[in-house]
Design a protein around this ligand. Structure first.
Ligand code: NDP
Length: 244
């Protein structure tokens, strides 16, 4: 049986491409009223054509003030998927301040900020809510050239736990999904080298990368009432990478 989100209002960040886009489409098809937030207007235009009814919200999440205004005006929501992130890979000794700041601003600070805005509205409305933060296997394993990305995802896991603790009394659940490599634009840029990807696949017990749908299904489960007693947890979508 398919999950139903009929009448629920959902905000998905990073919804222009990849996993976020697929989550927005899946939620919309499952009956939710979806606001799709992303940075590139053309992506949101093509998404609205693909899935009429999705509300576009064009915004750079690194901009705190613009986020405050735009997300505040778009709500309230019962469902939030913090999916937007950037991965700038640099060897540790070559990490630049600009890459560090960009990655922290988008991958961590924006999650905190968007969640604050949305959770405050949930509390004012008195409605229960569910938040899913898209983390990574990189939150729990060191990956070469991923010093900043790994750090943001590790911090995101802990941020999610503290949010779960503090928002639980308001019936707001907070969980993460932690995928292995997915061949989206981000995945392709970082894992197209066949030697590098073969070495990673060799460490994954199921012997393959994740599909976008694997991640979407786990996100929808954690947004749904089927996971009503689950909060503060991280759901691995990693083919067993973390136990290998
Ligand atoms: P993509 O790069 O394919 O898509 C990311 C989306 O987020 C794009 O639409 C992008 O817009 C948007 N975005 C990025 N920065 C901002 C910003 N500052 N403001 C608004 N929107 C922004 O990534 P994926 O779909 O692969 O990744 C989605 C999530 O999954 C991320 O959190 C990522 O860390 C995580 N993940 C991905 C894995 C992978 O291998 N692909 C593995 C594990 C986790 P634009 O292109 O216009 O900047």
């Amino acid at each position: 049986p398919h999950l139903s989100f009929h009448g629920r209002r959902a905000l998905v960040t990073g919804a222009g491409k990849g996993i976020g886009r697929a989550v927005a489409v899946a939620l919309s098809r499952a009956g939710a009223r979806v606001t799709a937030l992303s940075r590139t207007a053309a992506d949101l235009e093509s998404l609205a054509r693909e899935c009429p009814g999705i509300e576009p919200l064009c915004l750079d999440l690194a901009d705190w003030d613009a986020t405050e205004a735009a997300v505040g005006a778009a709500g309230p929501f019962e469902l939030l998927v913090n999916n937007a992130a950037v991965a700038v890979l640099q060897p540790f000794l070559e990490v630049t301040r600009a890459a560090f700041d960009r990655c922290l601003d988008v991958n961590l600070r924006a999650v905190l900020h968007v969640s604050q805005i949305v959770a405050r509205q949930m509390i004012t409305q008195g409605t229960p809510g569910a938040i899913v933060n898209v983390s990574s296997q990189a939150s729990q394993r060191a990956l070469r050239d991923h010093a900043v990305y790994c750090s943001t995802k590790s911090a995101l896991d802990m941020l999610s736990k503290v949010m779960a603790m503090e928002l639980g009394p308001y019936k707001i659940r907070v969980n993460t999904v932690n995928p292995t490599v997915v061949m989206t634009d981000m995945g392709r840029i970082n894992w197209s080298d066949p030697q590098k990807s073969a070495a990673m696949i060799n460490r994954i017990p199921l012997g393959k990368f994740a599909e976008v749908d694997d991640v979407v299904n786990s996100i929808l489960f954690l947004l749904s009432d089927k996971s009503a007693m689950t909060t503060g947890s991280s759901l691995m979508v990693d083919g067993g990478f973390l136990v290998s």
